[in-house]
Design a protein around this ligand. Sequence first.
Ligand code: C5P
Length: 238
Amino acid sequence: MDQLLVALDVDTVADASALADRLRGAVGGFKIGSRLFTSEGPAFVEALASRGDRVFLDLKFHDIPNTVAGAVAAATRLGVWMVNVHASGGSAMMRAARDAAHEEAARRSRPAPLVIAVTMLTSLDQQALTEIGMPDAVAAQVERLAALTEASGLDGVVASPQEIAIIRRRCGTQLAIVTPGIRGAGDQQGDQKRTMSAADALAAGATHLVVGRPIIAAADPRAAALRIADECRRAHAR
Ligand code: C5P
């Protein structure tokens, strides 16, 4: 199931590798975030990518355009399939990220990674936004940043399940929407506050789902992944 991406939120290459080996073929790719990357570095990213796995490098770059361009070029050299930045870094930063991905990929005659942007961290509520000088409603802020992402030529956004419909209405059908916070009826919520089932998130317009603990903490991760993949297929058949 191409749309299902699994967050390898573990500390060691040994654990991440064991998970990838169990899940390969049942899922559409692996997300490597700051936890594993900071522990183990880029070698594991490159190793997965070079064996043909789709890797979403989730480091949420947010810096001056020149620095972000260099980081995205480096991610492109690792062979990642998707990489992300913060939309609040602004349109010049996002365009620099996109251009770096395309230029570096062209130099190496390989496809450019998809470059997507985080609109608002889902951990920020209204009070936290006001605290940092953004008094607008969360939904309005997300909609504005998604539109800016699209206008900057990026391939998609990361958004919580509750924001999918707003973004899809504003941005049309071409923009990828990558959605974490996926939980089924029997799953623990953990620290996720605004969750949705895989089927409902796809129906709302998500193009990719990021699932961590419901798969990686399951007694049988492959069976858990296959169950969610099956739910996704049934959602498409509806
Ligand atoms: O374990 P769980 O399914 O909650 O994992 C979700 C993954 O998506 C984690 O890697 C988390 O860092 C990431 N994520 C998120 N919310 C965001 C952006 C990323 O949960 N807004």
